[in-house]
Design a protein around this ligand. Structure first.
Ligand SMILES: NC(=O)c1ccc[n+]([C@@H]2O[C@H](COP(=O)([O-])OP(=O)(O)OC[C@H]3O[C@@H](n4cnc5c(N)ncnc54)[C@H](O)[C@@H]3O)[C@@H](O)[C@H]2O)c1
Length: 309
């Protein structure tokens, strides 16, 4: 069993929840993060922290690693469109630096935080989307995630590193950034907490598959110790929630009577999304445990406490 785990992006949203779970299960965890979007206060006190940029990795700093969970990334699709070179330098070359580090240090397991929504893009016509459906990475961000998966194939075949890509749906929960353009749940909750008018891009009928961050952390942990046949596995709920429905759920549980403002749809936003998760169950024995109502309540409570300081 892997014992010493390196979590890149461990000061960020998904990475920090993954670190907390690993530590609660007795793993020794090292966090690598450049704190570009991550926060020091997110880093579990029992983890070793290495402040480092994956685009300039100094592998001498890393010792005794059995496995890597790679969450560090430039996560904004819009930024990737504005600056594809910067996106690729972090998401492609940074990931490649880590794979090279695994090769040099003899690390045998690499779990990658990939994306379902962006990699399948607008290609799927049937839902929930299966892993073997046509892919259409339409943004530089999506291309960077797909490229890393292709490099992972190479490291798996050539050096025997067990690389597994978990393709997340829309992840939500405490600690998610609400100031960027992604993370609609964190954005709505924080707009409502500040009595601002929430904005819905499009007609509100578009659907997404929202998966709670602790379920994703559990998928990351489970993938560490399972030798799977499939190496690309969806992590979501297989359920579709429309943005209108989501908004109503949130206003109801926060006891707010706000009405959203509808604006033009954003370029590249797909109308429907949900991920088939039968493979995750078959290969990892993983399925999501947290119902959306519970996850939303926990998230709203956390942000409300955070706002109060
Ligand atoms: N949040 C989602 O819904 C979602 C969906 C699909 C995939 N993902 C993927 O999951 C991973 C984690 O995303 P998140 O939502 O937690 O975002 P996040 O921004 O909270 O976490 C990313 C972390 O990576 C760190 N980082 C960025 N560039 C770095 C660099 N050059 N060197 C070292 N560290 C660096 C940041 O400081 C941050 O702590 C990402 O790979 C993202 O693409 C997220």
């Amino acid at each position: 069993m892997a014992e010493n785990i390196l979590v890149t992006g461990g000061a960020g949203f998904i990475g920090s929840h993954t670190v907390d779970l690993l530590i609660s299960r007795g793993y020794k965890v090292t966090v690598l993060d450049d704190l570009s979007t991550g926060k020091k206060e997110n880093i579990n006190k029992e983890a070793k922290f290495i402040f480092s940029d994956i685009t300039r990795l100094d592998i001498k700093k890393f010792k005794k690693i059995d496995a890597v969970i790679h969450c560090a990334a430039q996560i904004s699709v819009a930024h990737s469109v504005r600056d594809p070179v910067n996106d690729a330098s972090i998401n492609v070359l940074g990931s490649l630096n880590l794979l090279e580090m695994c090769r040099k240090l003899g690390v045998k397991k690499f779990v990658f935080a990939s994306t379902g929504g962006a990699i399948y893009g607008s290609a799927p016509k049937t839902f929930p989307i299966k892993e073997n459906q046509t892919e259409a990475p339409e943004s530089p961000y999506a291309a960077s995630k797909k490229s890393t998966e292709l490099y992972m194939n190479f490291y798996m075949k050539t050096y025997g590193i067990d690389c597994i890509s978990l393709r997340y749906a829309n992840v939500y929960g405490p600690r998610q950034d609400y100031l960027g353009e992604a993370g609609v749940i964190a954005i709505f909750i924080n707009q409502l907490l500040r009595n601002q008018k929430p904005v819905i891009f499009g007609n509100g009928m578009q659907t997404r598959d929202f998966v709670y961050v602790e379920d994703v952390a559990l998928a990351n942990l489970t993938a560490l110790n399972k030798k799977t046949t499939s190496k690309k596995i969806n992590i979501g709920t297989a359920k579709e929630t429309s943005i209108d429905n989501l908004f109503n759920l949130i206003t109801r549980l926060m006891d707010k009577h706000a009405k959203p403002v509808y604006e033009n749809p954003r370029k590249g936003d797909v109308m429907r999304s949900s991920l088939d998760i039968r493979l995750a169950w078959k290969e990892l024995g993983w399925k999501p445990e947290v119902k959306i109502e519970d996850g939303l309540r926990r998230t709203a409570e956390w942000f409300s406490l955070e706002k109060k300081g």
